[in-house]
Design a protein around this ligand. Structure first.
Ligand code: PLP
Length: 415
């Protein structure tokens, strides 16, 4: 069903196949077949990679170092440990405790680690909160992922969709949280729309039904007011801010555990997994350890408030260049209140193909990759700089400087 999800204003993927880069055939600036134009993430030989991918992506350098060190120890690491061994049970307990501490998760919430990614939760949420398909939920759709979640939910419940989609298939605003169907079992929203670059910097408060949040791309980057926002469920696939692909963290308020549909598969059923201490089946053991290392790092750096401060600084840097470029760079998002701190979409010279190609290739020459990635939603005119917790302020600075210089050098070519 990917076709149905496709925004209508994107051009198709470039048709020519990328070729391999080797020192012998390092491409020229205007090379239309350059691998970086096709989403390649390999930097030139000997150049350090600066990864601005939307995810999966790199974690903080010291975190990646600690992960590598796990393989240098004499003891088994979680890659090889039985999930029921006392060694792994203690790793799991540690990751849960650090996550609770780092994100101030109250005791009336359970924390689960599961397979299936964000998409698994698109299905798990309605199956855990609606007993029958006729039970209702409200989906606030502000971008690609919440739209997909609503389509998936329609298989298992009856969603009312309140969408801010424009006629041309783009998203440039958030829908209103007023006028929510009072019969809703839950209210669903995505706190950061990764593809569209739209963020709820704070969750709404005072809603009558529990809030379900897809925080896949912003969890760990700002505080969550669990009680005040009536958070029922919050989930995050790990591969943006809190780990590597293959694991999803789901936080579930305990009073919601008795509403699952009979058709809910065991691997997606919150209660089944909680009653077995998150060991109903084999969980992604190594990834659990990685999430623990990330949470420990966050706490050591000053916690989630520090992460938020850095996120604000980094996104302001990149948006600052865009806004002060006299139209050299553009953004679809004029409303400052909704601009994501995680994902900054921008175009070069209104999408001019030659200048965009030169921009990407010259960025690649200094190691900057991930600004154009291939998505199921096509290649549009916008590039995207993703500024997750793993991207340091220094790295964002390098991108900012490059963008500024490129605009200065090429401003005269703006049509
Ligand atoms: C990346 C992402 C997803 C996709 O999750 P998978 O792990 O690929 O299933 C879902 N929602 C948001 C907000 C995302 O950023």
């Amino acid at each position: 069903m990917c076709i149905a999800d496709q925004p209508r204003n994107v051009s198709s993927t470039p048709s020519k196949k990328p070729r391999n880069v080797s020192p012998a055939n390092t491409p020229s600036h205007s090379d239309k077949n350059h691998p970086v134009l096709f989403g390649s993430l390999t930097a030139p030989p000997g150049v350090k990679i600066l990864n601005f991918s939307p995810g999966p992506t790199c974690l903080a350098e010291s975190v990646e170092e600690e992960i590598k060190d796990l393989f240098k120890k004499d003891t088994l690491n979680s890659m090889y440990l039985s999930h029921r061994s006392p060694e792994f049970v203690s790793i799991l307990k540690n990751t849960v405790e650090l996550s609770r501490k780092a994100m101030a998760i109250p005791d009336n919430y359970e924390i689960l680690f599961t397979h299936g990614g964000g998409h698994g939760q698109f299905a798990a949420v309605p199956m855990n909160l609606c007993r029958t398909k006729s039970e209702k939920a409200t989906y606030l759709v502000n971008g690609t992922w919440s739209k997909r979640a609503a389509m998936e939910a329609a298989k298992y419940c009856t969603p009312t969709i309140i969408s801010s989609e424009n006629d041309d298939g783009t998203f440039t605003s958030n829908p209103s949280f007023d006028n929510i169907d009072p019969g809703s079992k839950y209210i669903y929203c995505c706190s950061n729309e990764t593809v569209n670059g739209i963020e709820l910097h704070r969750l709404p408060k005072g809603l009558h039904a529990p809030l379900v949040i897809d925080a896949s791309s912003d969890f760990g980057t700002k505080p969550v007011e669990w009680e005040a926002s009536n958070v029922g469920i919050l989930y995050a696939c790990a591969s943006k801010n809190i780990g590597h692909p293959g694991i999803t963290m789901t936080v579930i308020r305990k009073d919601l555990l008795d509403n699952a549909s009979d058709i809910c598969p065991g691997v997606l059923c919150y209660k089944t997994n909680i009653l077995s201490d998150n060991l109903w089946n084999t969980i992604p053991t190594f990834n659990v350890e990685v999430v623990g290392i990330v949470m420990k790092w966050m706490l050591a750096m000053g916690g989630v408030n520090q992460m938020e401060e850095w996120s604000i600084i980094k996104s302001k840097m990149i948006y600052g260049v865009v806004d002060n470029s006299n139209g050299f760079y553009g953004t679809p998002l004029s409303d400052l209140n909704i601009r994501s701190r995680m994902n900054v979409p921008f175009c070069v010279a209104d999408g001019d193909e030659d200048l965009t190609t030169e921009f990407l290739v010259q960025a690649w020459e200094i190691g900057i990759v991930g600004l154009r990635t291939l998505t199921p939603f096509g290649v549009g005119k916008y590039l995207r700089a993703s500024l997750y917790n793993g991207v340091s302020v220094d790295k964002a600075n390098i991108l900012r400087d490059f963008m500024q210089e490129f605009a200065l050098k090429n401003a005269h070519r703006l049509r």
